[in-house]
Every structure is written in C-alpha cells, then in structure tokens.
Design a protein around this ligand. Structure first.
Ligand code: TEU
Ligand code: CA
Length: 567
C-alpha cells in the first residue's frame, strides 16, 4: 500500500458512513425524536445546597449531585435542572451571580462540573442550567464598573435614573422582595432599579451589548454540554422607559408596602424580542431547550410565551394548574383543559413544587390523608400530556420545616418580612436519604438548614425497601409514562366534565386505544359511572388503592386516583 492510501481510504469510509447516518431517514427520525426529548420529559429540580454534601461542610455541592445520579436514573428522570451554582455572594443563595462562567467554590470546581456532565450523560440524564438574565449581583464586575461613574463604558448596562428633586426615588415601584425598588449610589448621584434585592441590580436589556454578552454566556454553557436553560424571572427583563408610577391597589403586602399593579414592570412586550433572540442562540446547538419561569394569569398569556411562530420558549412553566392551592375540582379541570387545548398544540410544563413556594404537601389541605394526597398530586402531574417538573424530595413526601426563630432564618426575604413572611427556608431543607444522622445528607452536624424532623421515616432508603411507598409509586408512574403508548403520546380528552368531585380524562392514540385517569379531589369516597365509558372495563395500571372498573363504574377512596387501560 502506498503511503497515504490507508488514510485516504479511511477518510472515504468516514465520509460515506457519515452521509449514510445523515441522510438515512430512520436515523434522521431518531435524531429528531432525540432533539425533542423535552416534550415528554420528567425534569427534576435540584437545589444544590440541599441535595448532597460531598465535602462535609454542611452545604450541598456538585459532587453531592454526582454521587446520587444512580438514584435519579432509577427514579426515571430525563433531566435535572440545577438552580444557580455560579460564583455568588449568596445574598439570594446563587440568584445573585458575580461570574457567569465559573462554579462557586462552595459548590466545587469546573472539573467537578465536567465530571457531573460526563456521569450524567453516561446515564442519559441531561443537565439544565439556571440562567439569571434579569439581574446580576452588585458584586459583578459589570455593576462595579457601571456604578463607578456616569461615563464609564458600562454606564448604561444597568437601569440608572435620577431621583426626584427632594432625594426621593424616581417613582413608586417596589421590589418583589420588599420596599422601594430603587437604590441610591452617591458615585453617580443616581438610583438603580432592582426588581429583587438591592444586591441584585437589574440589567438594561435595551442595551445590545448586554444582550450579546449574555448570549455568549449561554453558548459557553452549551459548549460545556448543558441541554438547556431555565430562565429565571424572565418576564421581568423590561420596564416602562417612561417610568410611570404603578397604579396602587388596595391593602398592603407582607412587607407592609402598599399593593401595586405590575403593568409597567412585568411582562412587557419587549420580552418577546429577547425570547426570539435566545431561541436563535440555543437553536445553534441541537436538542437544547428553553424553560421559562413564567408566573402568568391565564392560558392565553402562557400561549404567547411559546411565540406567535413557535420561535420563543419551548417550555414556559405553567404555574397555574399546580398552584390552585385547594382541591377545587372545577377550577383545576378548567386550568388543565386550558393548558392542554389553548397553547397551540405546544407542550405544557406542569409543576406542583419548587424552591420558592411551600411544598404542595403544605399548600393543599390534606384533611388527614397526607399519603393519598401525595399520590394524587403525582398522578395529576405525570399523566396529562405534558412535561413534568419534580422538586427534590417531592417523590418521598418531604414536608416543610419552618425556622422557629427569626435568628434561624437564612432566606433574606424571611429576615426582611418576619413574622408575616418567614421566607423560603421551609421548602429548602436537606434531601432525606436515609435514617442516619443528618438523613445521610452530610457528615457534619451543622447543616446549613436543619434536616426535617420526619427524616427517620420519610427517606429514600426506607421507601426504596417498601414496595407500597410513595417513592415506588412515583417510579411506577414514571415508568408507565414511558412504556405506555397512550400516556406517552396519546391525545388528551376530558371526560365526565361536570363531575364536581372527580377530575377524569383519557389519553387516546389514533389506533383507538385509551387510558383513563381519574382523580378524586375530595376527602370522601366517590362512586363513578362515566357515561363515555359505558360497556368498557378497565385494567388498572396503577392506583392509590385496589379497585376494579366495570362498565365505566368504579369508586375511589378519599383523594384516590387510578390510571387504567380501557378495553
Ligand atoms: O423567582 C422569581 C419570582 O418571581 C419569585 O421570586 C417569587 O415571586 C417569590 O420567590 C415568591 O416567594 C426567581 C427565583 O426562582 C427565586 O429563587 C429568586 O429569588 C428570584 O428569581 C430572584 O432571582
Ligand atoms: Ca459541601
């Protein structure tokens, strides 16, 4: 063989293999399905301070997440969303970022992150980063430069305004975390705007340098392998340039400020220009997803977040269906039907729990049926046509643990608002892995938040052993969501629409096969005779208690739920 022949031959082989791969319709379809992984995903939210503490300083870290990947694999999650792990003064525990391209030393190193990526990828678990675009930390070099004078190169990167003549802030806008949203800085003799804490100055998204700098941050993390972003507080990117006062409404909030509208400070139309830009940036890399933190009032507003041409967010969160906060059957049904039918065929992303709100175990009155309610919520979350967000600990039934004294509070909202607003510590306590000291979360006694007092019984190890545990109920449901064709891709059809107590729907595939889901939203047993199912029997796939379905008739115990294949 002449020198170079082998190389040329190998090269030709590579090209032909590549072209078969690229132009083969079957591989093309597989690649497509793979890129759309998020449409049916179970995404698991990790609050990294509280998941696993690998180095024993009482604070969870990246290696602590890596150590528990097998657990997540076993649970069946497709992706983890990790709340911010970037360098931060930790005023808002990571939501105040001082460097967008590194790892906070409390959480580990970039090498730790790379190892997490590699280990997660091995298990086919994707990693989603939390991007805080609205604001930086006041310790970010951009802000330090911006506040140094009115003429520095970054002078216009944040929202600086003159105060009123008498030294008063520019207008009446208040921070979501209490009191005026304006903070005075004497080097500029001006105020800057902060939608959240004063240590979280809002970036000026009207400035194209700001936008481009942030788009490059997204590229940086996509090159590191992240599968997408959860966009923090993304509806807050723009404010009324004329700085009109918000109309006041009645009463005061938990911080004692007068209640305001948010027409000039939230969800301004310019947000959509940025969402379209962001989508273009993430579309540069295949298979990435944009999730939005979108607290909205109705399905029409939610529909807009996907973009008029489906060119904005793939998964803006629906934070309505899972936040009714009472078992109001009609309202819950309406919100579910709206999400399934009024967002132009897009995928809703449902959640019942996250790091900002009391856990659903607290928000929904269980009337003495805690276990049934937890299973009911699991069913309501995992059986509609949706993507589903789980919050760590939800799958084992973790509950809230409020700080007892003001001195114990970690979340600054709780420090500012005590006692009316106790902050978000209660839903952020360490993951309960087993019945050992500190619930297996950490080797040190002094964890950053105390471990929940119920950890001896509510923990992964003991629930793993019990085939009837909540954890195993979650596992079965997630498995079923993947293996059952109707639950995976069937259309959503509401049934028994006027039942005041039981929420029922079907998932139906074009071959006529269907799965029925029924959820009793009351504390009383309910007998059902579902007209649409007359003459049908059902094979129970999973239910919170043993039952049989014949001719569309069955009964559900208090807060009971059933998923059944119809025959
Ligand atoms: O939350 C934005 C937001 O609207 C929430 O702050 C919510 O209003 C509040 O937590 C209710 O108690 C995001 C993050 O999820 C949150 O943790 C951050 O504190 C906030 O942004 C600022 O970055
Ligand atoms: Ca640690």
């Amino acid at each position: 063989m002449r020198p170079g022949t082998l190389r040329r031959w190998l090269c030709r082989l590579a090209i032909s293999t590549l072209s078969t791969l690229l132009f083969n319709p079957i591989t093309a379809r597989a690649a497509d399905a793979d890129n759309n992984w998020w449409k049916t995903a179970v995404i698991y939210e990790i609050y990294p301070r509280s998941f696993g503490d690998a180095n024993g300083d009482g604070i969870g870290d990246i290696n602590g997440i890596t150590a528990h990947l097998d657990y997540l694999k076993d649970l069946g999650v497709d992706a983890i969303w990790i709340t911010p792990f970037f360098p931060s003064p930790l005023v808002d525990f990571g939501y105040d970022i001082s460097d967008y391209r590194a790892i906070d030393p409390q959480f580990g190193t970039m090498a730790d992150f790379d190892r997490l990526m590699a280990e997660a990828t091995k298990r086919n678990i994707r990693v989603i980063a939390d991007m805080v675009l609205n604001h930086t930390s006041d310790q970010h070099p951009w802000f330090i430069e911006s506040k140094s004078s009115r003429t520095n190169p970054k002078a216009d990167w944040f929202l600086w305004r003159d105060g009123k003549a008498n030294g008063q802030p520019p207008n009446n806008w208040i921070s979501i975390f209490g009191h005026s949203a304006w903070q005075y800085v004497d080097t500029r003799n001006q105020f800057y705007y902060h939608a959240f804490y004063k240590e979280q100055p809002d970036l000026n998204w009207g400035n194209s340098d700001v936008r481009n700098a942030m788009y490059d941050v997204l590229r940086f993390w996509m090159q590191k392998g992240v599968a997408g972003f959860r966009l923090d507080a993304v509806t807050h990117l723009f404010e009324d340039p004329a700085l009109r006062d918000e109309p006041t409404t009645s009463g005061t909030n938990k911080f004692g400020d007068p209640n305001h509208d948010t027409i000039y400070t939230d969800n301004l139309p310019q947000v959509h220009d940025v969402l379209r830009d962001l989508r273009k940036v993430t579309d540069e890399y295949p298979g990435r997803v944009l999730i939005g933190e979108t607290y909205l009032n109705n399905a029409n507003d939610l529909a807009l977040m996907y973009g008029k041409n489906n060119d904005e967010l793939q998964l803006p969160m629906d934070l309505q269906y899972g936040f009714v906060n009472s078992f109001d059957t009609a309202k819950t049904r309406q919100l579910l039907v709206d999400a399934e039918t009024k967002i132009n065929g897009n995928t809703p992303l449902f959640a019942f729990d996250n790091h900002d709100n009391p856990r659903s175990t607290e928000r929904y009155d269980q009337k003495g049926h805690a276990d049934a309610v937890a299973r009911l919520i699991a069913t309501m979350l995992l059986t509609p046509k949706d993507s589903a967000l789980l919050y760590y600990g939800q799958e084992i039934g973790m509950t809230d643990h409020l700080p007892r004294r003001k001195e114990d509070v970690q979340d600054p909202i709780g420090k500012i608002g005590w006692p009316r607003e106790k902050g978000r510590d209660a839903e952020r306590t360490p993951m309960q892995w087993n019945a050992d000291n500190q619930a297996g979360f950490s080797s040190t006694k002094k964890t950053w938040l105390p471990v929940g007092s119920d950890y001896k019984t509510v923990n992964v190890a003991s629930e793993n052993k019990d085939p009837n545990s909540l954890l195993n109920f979650y596992k079965k449901l997630i498995q079923l969501r993947k293996s059952n064709a109707q639950l995976r891709e069937g259309e959503f059809v509401i049934v028994d629409p006027n039942n005041p107590s039981v929420l029922s729907f079907m998932r139906r595939t074009p071959d006529g096969k269907s799965v029925l889901v029924s959820c009793n939203l009351t504390a009383n047993a309910q007998s059902l005779a579902i007209e649409e199912l007359a003459n049908k029997s059902g094979e129970v796939l999973i239910s919170s208690s043993p039952l049989q379905i014949a001719s569309g008739q069955f009964s559900l115990p208090p807060f009971g739920s059933v998923v059944a294949q119809l025959q």
